[in-house]
Structures are given as C-alpha cells and as structure tokens.
Design a protein around this ligand. Structure first.
Ligand SMILES: Cc1ncc(COP(=O)(O)O)c(C=O)c1O
Length: 342
C-alpha cells in the first residue's frame, strides 16, 4: 500500500517551497574507485586544476579551438549561471527564457531587476524572431531541456546565433544535459564566431555526480576573467577534493557511454510504463519525460520522481525523471496498476 502514497515533495509545491535540484542519476560510483591523495587537500588555482581543465576540453572535443584561458570551473552549473546574470545585469534589460523552464532562470531575472520574455522550448524555430523583437537582451538556451526534454538541431542553433549577432544580444547556453543525448549539438562550436556567448555545463547530470558541485564555463577570455574575479573573491575556486575525484571519473574511457545507456534504457522503460497506463508523453530527452496530466500522475520512490508541471510553469503536465533503479520502475508500474483497479 506504500505505493499509493502521494509524493510529499510535490505536495510542498502547493506552498511554493520548491526543491528543484532533483533530477539526478543516483548511485553510479563505488567509493573505492574515487581515490583521493594528500595533495587533494591543498588549494587549486581559482580557474581549476590544469589537468582537469584539459580533460574537460578533451571531453567536449574542443581542444583545437578553445584554449584553457576560455574555461573556468564553478560550483556547479548553477553558480556559473548566477555569475553570468550578475555580470550582465547592467548590460541588458531583458532576459528571454524558456517557459516551461528551470525555475532559477526566472528567479535570477527577477532578483537582478530584469524584465522577462518567455518562449516555448518546443518551438526553437520561433526564437530568432523573439530575439529580433527584443534587441540587446540576454537569451537563455537550455537544450536538451529541463523539464520537457526538448532538443534542438544545429541549423536551428545557427539561426539563433545569427539573430543574436544582428541584434546585439548575449546568449547563456545551459548545456547540463548535452552529454546525455548522443549527437546533440553544442553551441560551444560558435564561440569563435560570437564573443557574447557563455556556455555552462557540469558533472552533475552528464556524470551522475551532482554532489561534486563541479561546473564549467566556456566563454571568451575577457568574460572568463570577469568570472575568475567573482569566484576568486568569494569561494576561491571549487573543492580540490571534488576536482581530484572528477579527474578519476574523466579518466575512465567508457563511463560516459555507460551513463548515457543507463539513462536511455531507464527513460525508455519509464515511457513504456507511462504509455501503457494510458498517459500521453508530449516530449522526452535527457533523463526527462514531459507527460500530459496533473496530480493523478504524481509518484515518487527513491529512484523515480514525478513532479507537477506547475513547478516549471505549466500545471497541465508533469515531469518524470528516469534515474536508474529497476525497483523504482516496478513500483511505478504497480502504482498505476493499483490506481486503475481501484
Ligand atoms: C537546466 C538545469 N541547469 C542547471 C542545473 C544545475 O546544475 P548543477 O548541479 O551543475 O548546478 C540543473 C539542475 O537541476 C538544471 O536542471
């Protein structure tokens, strides 16, 4: 009967108290494989350990066109995003953000006194005309998208960059889910072409390691230097222990493939369960499924989380996150079966 318990975290959302850092792939590492050394207790440069920075450039396959002074580490992608808003708050007056979307974008726009224009992430082709109507703005991109799983192609990205160039707009691209979608384009390839571009990414989703709090920012040298000033004067850089563990993780060649496969398999299985129970999936990508329906869908166990779409700006949908545990998937199947037979 445990299965029929509603998601307590979802209920809290009625009171506007969100815990929106969830959506992680859990329990991927054994502690033994994440060795640390005495040196890992020392400070690292504010930008991050040179070895780790070079591993990240290799991972992103940009070693030939991006140098190590166009990257720095942050305390998760979230700190990178917050610093970007802080750096640009006196340069732009308007932020163009996805709706539905990850709540911190809107909160950062509001706390930085910026006006907000929304776009539908499922309609990336409409973004260039929105940019044309709001020149000198900051455009937030987040593909693959949380919560809808929407993706974008290279041609659409290219048209968006062109519109931003012509209209003097900045782009902040939050790519924390890119590594989970094989062949998904990254806007990082446009860095050489456009100086008003900031790309954030992290180990949180791509390496199932949100607890490391390790993010990375790619941007032109001047912008990265501004990031370093903000980081140096506040946190002095990211945790050296986390950086050391990240180096171990990135040294293991097949790990990324394993994580991608696991997320994809779990998402496929989750999609089957949801569809067989008679619900419609509007879109899916990365770890997420965006499902038509409200409270009757909510369910969470230790491994699967259904969250009301109202958290993200659309109460008619729910977001499901596949996070790799067959027990959780069985529980969800059972939950729907019991509901139908009631
Ligand atoms: C779209 C999006 N961006 C950024 C983040 C934060 O990532 P990090 O853990 O690297 O700060 C999340 C986490 O949920 C997210 O969904």
């Amino acid at each position: 009967m445990n299965y029929l318990k509603p998601a307590t975290k979802s209920k809290r959302n009625d009171n506007d108290t969100y815990h929106f850092s969830i959506g992680e792939i859990k329990n991927f590492y054994s502690l033994r494989s994440l060795k640390v050394k005495p040196d890992d207790f020392h400070y690292q440069p504010v930008r991050g350990s040179p070895k780790l920075l070079s591993q990240i450039l290799k991972l992103k396959d940009v070693r030939n066109n991006i140098s190590e002074n166009q990257i720095c580490l942050t305390v998760g992608a979230k700190q990178g995003i917050a610093i970007a808003f802080d750096l640009l708050k006196n340069t732009v007056t308007t932020v163009i953000i996805p709706n539905p979307g990850w709540p911190p974008y809107k909160m950062l726009a509001t706390t930085n006194n910026l006006s907000i224009v929304f776009y539908d992430p499922a309609h990336a082709t409409e973004i260039p005309s929105i940019v044309r109507n709001h020149p000198n703005s900051l455009l937030i991109l987040n593909y693959p998208h949380n919560p809808t799983g929407s993706v974008i192609n290279k041609d659409q990205l290219s048209k968006i960059v062109d519109a931003c160039i012509l209209n003097n707009s900045w782009i902040l691209s939050d790519e924390v889910y890119v590594c989970l979608e094989p062949n998904h384009p990254s806007i990082i390839d446009f860095l050489a072409k456009y100086p008003r571009l900031i790309v954030v990414d992290s180990m949180s989703k791509s390496f199932a390691a949100a607890g490391l709090r390790l993010g990375y920012v790619f941007a032109p040298v001047d912008t990265i230097n501004n990031f370093l000033d903000k980081i140096g004067i506040s946190v002095s850089g990211t945790s050296s222990l986390s950086q050391s563990i990240a180096q171990n993780i990135l040294s293991e060649p097949s790990l990324q493939k394993k994580i991608v496969r696991r997320v994809f398999n779990d998402r496929t299985r989750l999609a089957d369960i949801i569809t067989n129970a008679g619900y419609e999936i509007k879109s899916q990508g990365g770890p997420y499924l965006w499902v038509q329906g409200g409270p009757e869908l909510y369910f969470h166990s230790k491994t699967i989380l259904g969250l009301p779409g109202s958290v993200f700006g659309n109460p008619n949908f729910s977001r499901f996150c596949a996070s790799s545990n067959p027990v959780g998937l069985c529980e969800l199947e059972q939950y729907y079966r019991l509901k139908v037979s009631q």
